[in-house]
Design a protein around this ligand. Structure first.
Ligand SMILES: Cc1ncc(COP(=O)(O)O)c(C=O)c1O
Length: 371
């Protein structure tokens, strides 16, 4: 037996694996489990990447990322999010930024406030580093409430994660929620980590980045979703220079640099490519929400491409099991939550597939009535 490091027992991947094992047995599934856009990569970006490879952009870049891209991102963040001067590091996806950020910030025993439901990486990185995840209950509407956060703050609170638009709920926090969070962070001297990977996918309002409301914020952004290039591993971190310097040091000994051809391609994309999919995704959001709202307890997502209804009967896993038996792939909420009551649907799929999914879900929900 290989003597694996003890820390590995602090994390597990069994929840999601169970679903994928089940799903692998289904022929011709209706797949609403996927966390990436269903549109094609914009032609200009594909061409820019190919050009970069042909031009020999295949070597290591400097650890922090190529200078013109960092400069371009700073001006983008100034123009789009109203952010001032801080440092930028190009990361290997937001996941890369999360690893470097957590490594640089979390000591054993440090508490990390995580709104529940959450994107899974936050919990596992906290545990891996010996930190303590402290979950902020946001059910049933997935909103941040001061009276729920305040009692959880302690002398060990190191940071709070903010993910808006959210995976898995699609919730977009209002300006008031973000201002309240920034005020608590200021009052109690903790840092905010704002994961804004879905910032180009908002359908109603686009509130400010919490980084514009609280200086001690590590903002993580990325291109996996915006340009449908999750395989390229491109993201960035923006934050206080001392923190970015530590993260850069760690990048030097881990990822070394973000993929070089992709850095050059994104540099071109930021000049010219607009998100042309917002309208189509807003229509998908409407299609799925309107299709489910009478049969399920469900919040209308303001962003991302997820919706997180409550299972109308049984536990999350029992309901998802029944859905998979009907060829519909969705994900049990307990993969993203301490609760076992909801399930996640991704609406990054063709409209015809969404309609089929809605029909199956309506049928499954009505089974509870017959029980
Ligand atoms: C909230 C959130 N953060 C980060 C990531 C990771 O993205 P990346 O491909 O940039 O590592 C995802 C991917 O699904 C996500 O949903």
């Amino acid at each position: 037996m290989t003597r694996i490091a003890k820390r590995m027992s602090l994390i597990d991947a069994s929840g999601i694996r169970k679903v994928f094992d089940l799903a692998a047995q289904i022929e011709n599934p209706i797949n609403l489990s996927i966390g990436q856009p269903d549109f094609e990569v914009p032609e200009e970006i594909r061409e820019a990447a190919v050009r970069a490879i042909r031009q020999g952009r295949n070597r290591y870049t400097v650890t922090q990322g190529i200078e013109p891209l960092r400069a371009r991102l700073k001006s983008y963040l100034r123009a789009q999010k109203g952010l001032g001067e801080a440092e930028v590091l190009i990361t290997s996806g937001v996941s890369g930024g999360l690893l470097l950020g957590f490594l640089a910030l979390v000591d054993p025993g440090d508490e990390v406030l995580i709104p529940d439901p959450y994107f899974v990486i936050y919990k596992h990185l906290t545990n891996l580093l010996g930190g303590v995840p402290v979950y902020v209950d946001t059910y049933p509407d997935f909103r941040l409430r001061e009276e729920r956060i305040r009692p959880l703050i302690s002398a060990r609170t190191k940071l709070m994660v903010v993910n808006s638009p959210s995976n898995p709920t699609g919730v977009v926090y209002s300006r008031a929620e973000l201002e309240m969070t920034a005020r608590l962070a200021r009052e109690h001297g903790f840092l905010l980590l704002s994961d804004e990977i879905y910032d180009e996918f908002t359908y109603d309002e686009t509130p400010p980045s919490v980084a514009s409301l609280h200086e001690s914020t590590l903002l993580l952004g990325g291109f996996s979703k915006t340009y449908a290039i999750p395989g390229w591993r491109m993201g960035y971190a923006y934050g206080p220079p001392d923190l970015i310097a530590e993260m850069t040091k760690l990048q030097q000994y881990t990822f070394v640099c973000a993929p070089s051809f992709a850095q050059y391609a994104i540099l071109e994309a930021l000049e010219s490519v607009r998100n042309e999919h917002r309208e189509a995704y807003r229509a998908k959001r409407d299609l799925i929400y309107e299709g489910l709202k009478d049969a399920f307890e469900v919040e209308r997502p303001g962003g991302a491409f997820y919706i997180f209804p409550k299972a109308p009967w049984g536990s999350d896993e029992e309901f998802v099991h029944a859905a998979i038996q009907s060829r519909l792939l969705i994900i049990p909420g307990s993969v993203f939550s301490e609760a076992r009551t909801h399930f996640r649907i991704s609406f990054a799929a063709p409209d015809s597939v969404l309609r089929e999914g809605v029909q199956i879900l309506q049928r499954l929900a009505s089974k509870s009535v017959q029980k």
